[in-house]
Ligand binder design. Structure first.
Ligand SMILES: *Cc1c(COP(=O)(O)O)cnc(C)c1O
Length: 241
């Protein structure tokens, strides 16, 4: 079931890339497993999925630890169909008192919108782990109560975050409000794409950003059209929440 839905999403990505004249190898699929259990993660892994997104930090850490235990234990469940490890992305709001959990357990964090949070993640990233891969969340459609850095403050934050030692700035993430149609969805994603290009072209970062995380179940085609390199899909793989 999950494997079939995963394949259907992969087919959507391939079709969207064909329409947009892009190489499907340039668009990664992040399976958003929030609210679903380890069994759902294992099912997706048996279909070849490796990257998983979690919104709720405590829930995510529990799943990360449970998976590690599962894969370490010689049981009928830990067969070669999901050999290897998963890559975990934190995509939900991060309070200061949760940064240590993120720094110690996740591979990526995509929901950073303040320097203070990035500084704590850098300080708390354990020395034996590779740098934490990071995307800045942009509030692209300007909702006042929304998470995300305002577009006009983005470049300064990117420059500051790129200087922190235990992090690697990879790109931008956005969660726009649902758009009424394809054209409107493309237009809002294009604004994030334009910011991404502007900052890269300004030459202010030590390394260019390579990740544009945008598009979910409802709008992944529009996001790919606008240049997304990572779509974050929950519902279409795991079902409704
Ligand atoms: C839940 C969530 C998703 C997945 O949304 P679906 O509509 O279920 O595909 C993607 N990104 C973020 C940040 C989310 O919170």
């Amino acid at each position: 079931m999950i494997v079939d839905k995963l394949q259907a999403v992969q087919a959507r990505i391939v079709a969207a890339c064909a329409t947009a004249g892009r190489d499907p190898a340039d668009v990664r699929l992040l399976a958003v497993s929030k609210t679903f259990g380890l069994d759902a993660v294992l099912a997706a892994m048996s279909g070849g999925q490796r990257a998983f997104g979690e919104n709720y930090i405590q829930e995510g850490v529990e799943k990360i630890l449970a998976l590690r235990e599962q894969l370490a234990a010689p049981s009928p469940l830990s067969d070669s169909s999901h050999a290897g490890t998963a890559e975990w992305h934190c995509i939900g709001p991060i309070q200061s008192n949760k940064t240590r959990l993120v720094a110690e357990h996740f591979d990526w964090v995509q929901s950073v919108d303040r320097l203070k949070i990035a500084q704590r993640l850098s300080e708390q990233r354990p020395a034996h782990l590779p740098p934490l891969q990071l995307c800045l969340q942009v509030n692209i459609d300007g909702g006042v109560t929304k998470a995300g850095v305002p577009p006009q403050e983005l470049q300064a934050l990117a420059v500051a975050v790129a200087r922190l030692p235990r992090l690697r700035l990879r790109g931008l993430m956005s969660i726009p409000e649902p758009a009424p149609d394809f054209v409107a969805a493309c237009a809002v994603h294009q604004r994030t794409r334009d910011l991404f290009d502007q900052i890269n072209q300004a030459g202010v970062l030590p390394q260019a950003m390579d990740t544009l995380s945008m598009g979910m179940t409802a709008d992944l085609e529009a996001a790919i059209h606008a240049g997304s390199t990572m779509v974050r899909v929950g519902t279409a793989i795991f079902g409704g929440r």
